[in-house]
Ligand binder design. Sequence first.
Ligand code: SGN
Ligand code: CA
Length: 526
Amino acid sequence: MVLIFVLCQCCHSKKTETAPKRPNIVFIMSDDHAYQAISAYNSTLIQTPNIDRLASEGMLFTNASVTNSICAPSRAVILTGKHSHINGKIDNLSPFDTTNVTFPQLFKTAGYQTAMFGKLHFGNNPKGFDEFKILPGQGDYYNPKFITSTGDTIVKGYVTDIITDLTIDWMDKRRDTTKPFLLMYLHKAPHRSWLPEQRHYTTYSKKTFPLPSTLFDDYSTRGTAAKTAEMNLLKHMHLGYDNKLTQETFNTLNMDDTGLRNGAIKRMSEEQKAQWDSIYNPINDEFIAQFPTMTDSTLMVWKYQRYMQDYLGCIAAVDENVGRLLQYLDTHQLSDNTVVVYTSDQGFYLGEHGWFDKRFMYNESFKTPLLIKWPHKIHPGTTQTELVQNLDFAQTFLEIAGIQAPEDMQGKSLVPLLKGEKERWDRDAVYYHYYEYPAEHAVKRHYGIATKSYKLIHFYYDVDEWELYDNEKDSHELNNVYENPDYADIVKDLKAKLETLRIQYKDSDTLNNHYIQIYKDKGYIK
Ligand code: SGN
Ligand code: CA
């Protein structure tokens, strides 16, 4: 493999005078950004004009999904172009195996300047970057710490603004204008526990949002996994930690069953805290007044509104900052030769099925936003309905840059789709596998297959349950029709396809057992 890269480098250095300029790539990823909260997908919750620009000037993918809906594994899939069971990063707990080859390393070897700013969440530093400034673990919203190759530093301010400042500062001051660049600009927002910046919580805390039709889902038409998951707004969202009620409020109401407090607020400076209190204290006062007459359903709706106010307030900052970055590219004549990608490490529940968080192969967490702008190649304003995954990014970027992808990468370059050459695209199903059970939110392990019309899921380990959804008739995935005789042929067909995919991607029961044994050895499960 080393030989191939050396050869590539040689070809490249010969080509530089004559070949067309290789495009820059700006990869923007936020954390837990639901597609429902991007106005190009759904305009009922928030307006995101800057992110939407990538759709109006490029391509909007409506069937983009992840292979494993959880943060660090998704990032490992993106960087390696390999499924979790191959790259080894099956969950947020295990360290990333840095002997994996990642696409930024290939870019660097091929002569690109490379930089990463923001959230990685690997527990180790990224390889293949000329410069990086990353948050430790999940990172903090206010006055966050960053890890750099020369030591740690705390930067005062709000994380989404700071990550953008660092990114723009790098482009402005340390970019090598003789080279194309690969820039990974990775937001922490809108990850739990959803702390917006003052300019946004001031306005968003006054808004009310439409309720999802499945907010009061009782899961009766699905299996054990949906019934036992711990991500219900009423039951599992903390009034203190998530909804920002204070200790004084709990004392006043004589409540002692409210779960965690929000420690992140302690990082605020006195001034930041005073501004926060001026908005959040009245919310606490209103809650105290309303609480005596609240029923379960009014409390559910109250929690949903509080959740949306803070979550969407965080996204407002992401959108503004994406606007700043695009503006920088425009004013420095970089836009024309830069591919800009916007995505999230996975989708998220915004009250659908009564839930927050992710992990399931059901739509809101399985699907992820994906918008790509590539001037002169993508026809502006195109909607793409083909099944694509985060697994495909590495090979896509490598092809765009003219770098040979290693043979063992498991995705598919999206370049034919980007260029409108659908005849060069033949995928009819995608594979999924989630492992992190038992863990926070208690989502059971499962793998499955999705086509444009159906989704077949197998929950395994402490249950053995199959679910089938007819996505054309049941867009909210409320009815498991696995046992319905009308679907017997479809089940048979999908099981055969699933087996083919498992063989193609080299996943198997043997590997399941291997990863279960690791959990047993570590004492996570019995
Ligand atoms: C934290 C969150 C969880 C979330 C995981 C994984 N809890 O543990 O709600 O599912 O991260 O998220 S919190 O109390 O720390 O907020 S991920 O995006 O990093 O995978
Ligand atoms: Ca995430």
